[in-house]
Design a protein around this ligand. Structure first.
Ligand SMILES: *Cc1c(COP(=O)(O)O)cnc(C)c1O
Length: 387
């Protein structure tokens, strides 16, 4: 047997074989195999992605002259349409920062920034649970990297104290809300650590917090009044902002440096202007969507109250709420059961999460009604009492 098929067979035996699901979306619902289910698996956290009124407003105001569906080159050649500068100016303004730089995706951002700004005189200290795109970026770096235990700041402080003087620059890399556990990092503590040294840079991925946290929806750093302390504040447009692409908030100097050195910016075709226009349209609305953010927090609390006590040491503090089931078969079985009851939940298995922590990942969105969430809570309670 060739090695591809034997590896696929092995994945299948472990319950870890993946497929591309065939499905459709309608508003907050997902339709699969003819079954209509409340979609609790997308990252459309504010429920904007299929908002008809928003789409109409955008399309009605579209200037066909400016509207293009491709950039047909890198931003460094002819792809840097005026809409880029407008979006970046608006982002910098919202964050009260010097500069913003837009990229094609969060994956491009995280796999490109660290390789550009580090060298063999740098040390990267990254949380054990950072997103795969950050891990892949680190893989491209010449710098030494140490992964610290998830949110373990004692270990992080020890690592910094041991090595601060041996490196030119230390990059502490983490997320504000974590993708799989839905818990948060302690930004205040990271900022205090940074202030004790003069060679620490904070790199914060706010993919799950952008649009969701803070009065203007700018993320956890905004919520905690710490935007100015983060050297690389990364957000993505593909989740709550219902668009595509990503950005970093940084100094003008770092922006210029990235424009010159960052391969995932330089060697790729820029996002189409039409996408940038939609992103800017949404970003301008996002900062006034406080009531959606409040509703999301209210319904999230209801689901956390049921699931947090069942999850051992994993404690969600956000709209991403895991239901940890242990082995993959059990996660698959429970997902199927909840799908039959009308909730589109998917099992998350190794290697996405550590062995023995297969789970359902519930990501709530502000489009879910109170009644829908009450039904979900009842179904989860039923499910857990049978296990
Ligand atoms: C989704 C995500 C990314 C990737 O962003 P894309 O725009 O989808 O490529 C990066 N970091 C985190 C933490 C994410 O959740």
């Amino acid at each position: 047997m060739n090695s591809f098929s034997s590896q696929l067979q092995q994945l299948s035996l472990q319950g870890n074989l993946r497929h591309l699901p065939e499905m459709e979306s309608h508003g907050t619902y997902a339709i699969r195999n003819g079954r209509k289910m409340l979609n609790l698996s997308s990252n459309d956290y504010l429920g904007l992605a299929d908002d008809i009124a928003l789409k109409e407003e955008f399309l009605q105001n579209l200037n066909l002259q400016e509207c293009r569906f491709s950039s047909t080159s890198s931003r460094l050649l002819t792809g840097n349409f005026p809409i880029y500068a407008r979006l970046e100016k608006r982002l910098a303004e919202l964050y009260g920062a010097e500069s913003a730089l837009v990229f094609n995706s969060g994956y491009h951002t995280n796999s490109g920034i660290l390789p550009a700004v580090t060298d063999n005189r740098s040390l990267i200290l990254a949380d054990k649970l950072v997103h795969a795109s950050i891990v892949d970026g680190i893989g491209l770096c010449k710098a030494r990297c140490i992964r610290f235990r998830h949110n373990n700041y004692e270990q992080l402080e020890r690592l910094v104290a041991e090595s601060a003087s041996q490196y030119d620059k230390i990059f502490i890399v983490t997320e504000s809300i974590f993708s799989m556990d839905g818990d948060e990092s302690d930004l205040q503590r990271l900022v205090e650590l940074k202030r004790k040294y003069d060679n620490i840079f904070l790199y914060l991925d706010e993919a799950h917090a952008f649009g969701v946290r803070g009065v203007q929806g700018l993320g956890c750093a905004e919520e905690q009044g710490l935007i100015g302390e983060i050297d690389f504040l990364v957000g993505t447009f593909g989740k709550a902002a219902a668009s595509v692409g990503a950005f970093v908030i940084c100094t003008e100097e770092i922006k210029q440096y990235l424009v010159n050195k960052m391969r995932t910016l330089i060697f790729t075709t820029a996002l189409p202007p039409i996408n940038l226009a939609w992103t800017l349209f949404i970003v301008n609305k996002l900062c006034r969507m406080q009531s959606r953010r409040e509703h999301l927090e209210t319904i999230s609390r209801k689901v956390r109250d049921v699931l947090n006590p069942l999850n051992g040491s994993i404690l969600s503090n956000s709209h991403i709420i895991p239901y940890v089931l242990g082995d993959s078969e059990r996660a698959i079985h429970t997902a199927e059961q909840l799908q039959r009851e009308g909730f589109y939940l998917l099992p998350v298995r190794p290697p996405t999460v550590p062995q023995g922590t297969s789970r359902l990942r519930i990501s709530l969105n502000a489009g879910c009604t109170d009644t829908e969430v009450e039904n979900l809570v009842r179904a989860l309670q039923n499910c857990s009492s049978k296990l």
